[in-house]
Design a protein around this ligand. Sequence first.
Ligand code: FAD
Length: 391
Amino acid sequence: MAGTADRFDPTDLVALGVGLDAVELEMQQRARDFVEAHVLDELATWYADEMLPRELARALGAAGLLGLDVPGYGPEVGPVAVGLVMLELEAADSGVRSLASVHSSLAMHAVSRFASEEEQARWLPGMSSGDVLGCFALTEPDAGSDPRSMRTRARRSGSDWVLDGEKRWVTNGGIADVAVVWAVADEQIRGFLVPLDARGAEVRPINGRLSLRASVSSELALDGCRIPAGHALPGAVGLRAALTCLDEARYGIAWGAMGAARTCFAAALDHALARRQFGKQLAAFQLTQAKLATMAVELEKGLLLAHHLGLSKRAGRLRPEQVSVGKVGNVRAALEIARIARTVLGAEGITLGRAVMRHMTNLEAVLTYEGTEEVHLLAIGRALTGLDAFA
Ligand SMILES: Cc1cc2nc3c(=O)[nH]c(=O)nc-3n(C[C@H](O)[C@H](O)[C@H](O)COP(=O)(O)OP(=O)(O)OC[C@H]3O[C@@H](n4cnc5c(N)ncnc54)[C@H](O)[C@@H]3O)c2cc1C
């Protein structure tokens, strides 16, 4: 739990808890308890097998940890509590946080914001409980940072829509029930709800990943996939709609990355205190203390930045370029912390059992997805200069 002023916690030097309310602290503890009960013992197996079990989504739903940022379908705990939940899930593994944030911030958010009331009532209760798992299919084999170049098409056929195209890197795809698919219809990018058991929808695994292994990554082939008219999301017209969902998830990443960083820092601190070389603890060497202090400073800065973004979001004043500052800044900081922590652990640092290398490789994917490092720097550069250097 985030520290309070009267309790020293080396992983929370500035005592973030001083600025948190009771609901936020309760949600953080709930996520931490969830991770202990449902995740930590299984992680090494999931990582080795390159999977996450479908049941994890139901367990997250039963714990009340899904759809927290979706009005009307969660306890509406506020953005700081949402962020703290992401922090605790990613302190376990970025893959676990990805399952939750793709489902809640991308899929549920798209339904709650852009679907008709009838479709919302149809999908959101099940998504809230985790009985219906969602995913988000924007990226294609030839359209990553530049989603406007997507080739997936949707055309009308009577009152139905028919989708053709190829999506790639769909997190949760192989265990999900429904995908929010982005396709060009009438020369505009639009969002559609595609049940993954629909005829003409085929999900295939992407295996052999060296990052985010405790996760499900998929391709989605759409070949004459017919869906009823109501599955088009009436409000999801234009790329901005997809980017709105991504902003929600990127906010969560700004917090989550600091969870991964906290775990790496804690592992380094424990090891430095326990391990002796040259007749004393590693932690007693000045060079090691410099590493520990550097990691602590970066961790605290990242937590404070995430908290500040949460306060701005609560006030309805969070701007996309500020989310970019949080996403790119905190993922970079987390990677740096993971790399320093790895050196403190020496050879042990490369083992799966110590978690640091697992987090480090995970963070490489987190740096790339939901807008690469370069794309977020370009977004910040555009805000700073008024000049668009994307293309
Ligand atoms: C584990 C994982 C999970 C993912 N989950 C999802 C998901 O659930 N749904 C989904 O839709 N997508 C998902 N993605 C895809 C992810 O969003 C894309 O990988 C990302 O947008 C980058 O696209 P790309 O990989 O095609 O790289 P590219 O766009 O080909 O970029 C390659 C490199 O070129 C750089 N580059 C590109 N354009 C510019 C430019 N204008 N200026 C300077 N540099 C540039 C990039 O920054 C990058 O360094 C996931 C990816 C991963 C790895």
